[in-house]
Design a protein around this ligand. Sequence first.
Ligand SMILES: *[C@@H]1O[C@H](CO)[C@@H](O)[C@H](O)[C@H]1NC(C)=O
Ligand SMILES: *[C@@H]1O[C@H](CO)[C@@H](O)[C@H](O)[C@H]1NC(C)=O
Ligand SMILES: *[C@@H]1O[C@H](CO)[C@@H](O)[C@H](O)[C@H]1NC(C)=O
Ligand SMILES: *[C@@H]1O[C@H](CO)[C@@H](O)[C@H](O)[C@H]1NC(C)=O
Ligand SMILES: *[C@@H]1O[C@H](CO)[C@@H](O)[C@H](O)[C@H]1NC(C)=O
Ligand SMILES: *[C@@H]1O[C@H](CO)[C@@H](O)[C@H](O)[C@H]1NC(C)=O
Ligand SMILES: *[C@@H]1O[C@H](CO)[C@@H](O)[C@H](O)[C@H]1NC(C)=O
Ligand SMILES: *[C@@H]1O[C@H](CO)[C@@H](O)[C@H](O)[C@H]1NC(C)=O
Length: 402
Amino acid sequence: MLHAFVSLTLAATSFPLVASLATSLACCSANHTYPSVFGTEIISLTAVEVRNYSTAVETSGAVLAANLTGLNFCSINVTYTHPGWNDLITVTTWLPLTGWNGRFQGTGGGGWATGSDTQLVAPAVAAGYAAATTDGGHSNLLVHPDWALSSPGNVNYFLLQDFASVALSDMTVIGQALTESFYGRPAAHSYWNGCSTGGRQGLMLAQRYPELYDGILALAPAINWDSFIVAEYWAQHVMNRIAYYPPACELEAFTAAAIAACDDLDGVVDGIISDENACDMDPHSVIGQSFLCNGTVPMQLTAAGAEIALAAWTGPVDASGKKQWYGLNRDANLTAGLVATTASLNGTLTSAPFPIPTDWIKFFIEKDPLFNIANISDAEYFRILHESRNQYAGIINTADPT
Ligand SMILES: *[C@@H]1O[C@H](CO)[C@@H](O)[C@H](O)[C@H]1NC(C)=O
Ligand SMILES: *[C@@H]1O[C@H](CO)[C@@H](O)[C@H](O)[C@H]1NC(C)=O
Ligand SMILES: *[C@@H]1O[C@H](CO)[C@@H](O)[C@H](O)[C@H]1NC(C)=O
Ligand SMILES: *[C@@H]1O[C@H](CO)[C@@H](O)[C@H](O)[C@H]1NC(C)=O
Ligand SMILES: *[C@@H]1O[C@H](CO)[C@@H](O)[C@H](O)[C@H]1NC(C)=O
Ligand SMILES: *[C@@H]1O[C@H](CO)[C@@H](O)[C@H](O)[C@H]1NC(C)=O
Ligand SMILES: *[C@@H]1O[C@H](CO)[C@@H](O)[C@H](O)[C@H]1NC(C)=O
Ligand SMILES: *[C@@H]1O[C@H](CO)[C@@H](O)[C@H](O)[C@H]1NC(C)=O
């Protein structure tokens, strides 16, 4: 634990004075002792006072797009390793120089990024929080987990554990310790803020480290990772199997037909299918129906397109007819992500899978970045789904609220 500034700050009675007194002295690397975190070895600590910082943040989860200006904070990087794991992780903590609201905010990542250096930390600091994030020991690319393999065929399980859970606990303990050392008293409350991967991280913290946070905002949490990530690839797999890559306008026409059939089942015609369970609209029933592609080009709904739409809606169904995971709601935008196609150079449409599932299958299941996912059989697809569950549920599923 850190005690360097406790005596200084305890001597003062008014908190804003404490903050300004402490910061001019405290935001200096030499003035911090290393936080003590069981299982880690701290390698370095650097503190830099940052004044008049500005940044543009994008909408992410509960954070709205904003141009933040005039932020003054102490920025502290702590690098550390888990001895024997051969990892090198950086935790970044930003501590407002004035106007600290007495609270700590841990912030999450997205996609394959364990954390984000500024996108969630800066708005938290602008709102008065002491806030922290972690790089999890790897690049913070949202797509392409270039850190996944130690060597071809061998998953870097330590970095995967860091990404899935361990680095989140470390970051919180380090960030809270620096907060206490800097202001001379611990944060009165700690909150988590994350979306998607960050939402899953929030639930992981609740499930595995429940003492660290008083409140957790876990938006769009990527839970049941082992199953839903592989299921996200199902419609693309079916496209490859039947060698039909539907234009976006055809998928939109299937979606429109489903909404027309099921919108009123919930009693309100609003373009939304709220009673999805009551909607069993079969896209084969509208094969041959005419529609205007892009509002101008007359086309007809195809049988192959119906098969793709149905695959997207039912989710993976195995050879015995057993549904292995969920599909998308029939009013979901199919072309926005999971059922996208793209034109190749010669104009022919081809598969445009969402990269997270293809990366998961290549790197973590096949352990081979060159694996040709476009050419797998149904049997291979379901073997992959089974291996995903068998090998990774306990590491990353984050679906154990008990
Ligand atoms: C902060 O660090 C400087 C340089 O190492 C040292 O002279 C000073 O006494 C330290 N202040 C506190 C409050 O620890
Ligand atoms: C912390 O690390 C980031 C990323 O490497 C760097 O941009 C920043 O300047 C570092 N800050 C401090 C205080 O060392
Ligand atoms: C703070 O930065 C803004 C630009 O974001 C600049 O216009 C302003 O002059 C700076 N203020 C100070 C005190 O440096
Ligand atoms: C941020 O500033 C840019 C450039 O001035 C502007 O285009 C954008 O609309 C601003 N964003 C917000 C959320 O205000
Ligand atoms: C419809 O619009 C998309 C996107 O602009 C375009 O790629 C596609 O060629 C268009 N299809 C037709 C049939 O005009
Ligand atoms: C679906 O998403 C795509 C890509 O974001 C967008 O271009 C399209 O307009 C959306 N379709 C509908 C019907 O909202
Ligand atoms: C168009 O390009 C794709 C991808 O390179 C290729 O698979 C396909 O055979 C080509 N089609 C034609 C008609 O040349
Ligand atoms: C798929 O596999 C078959 C048989 O192994 C092979 O002949 C074919 O070229 C492969 N197709 C692609 C797109 O890789």
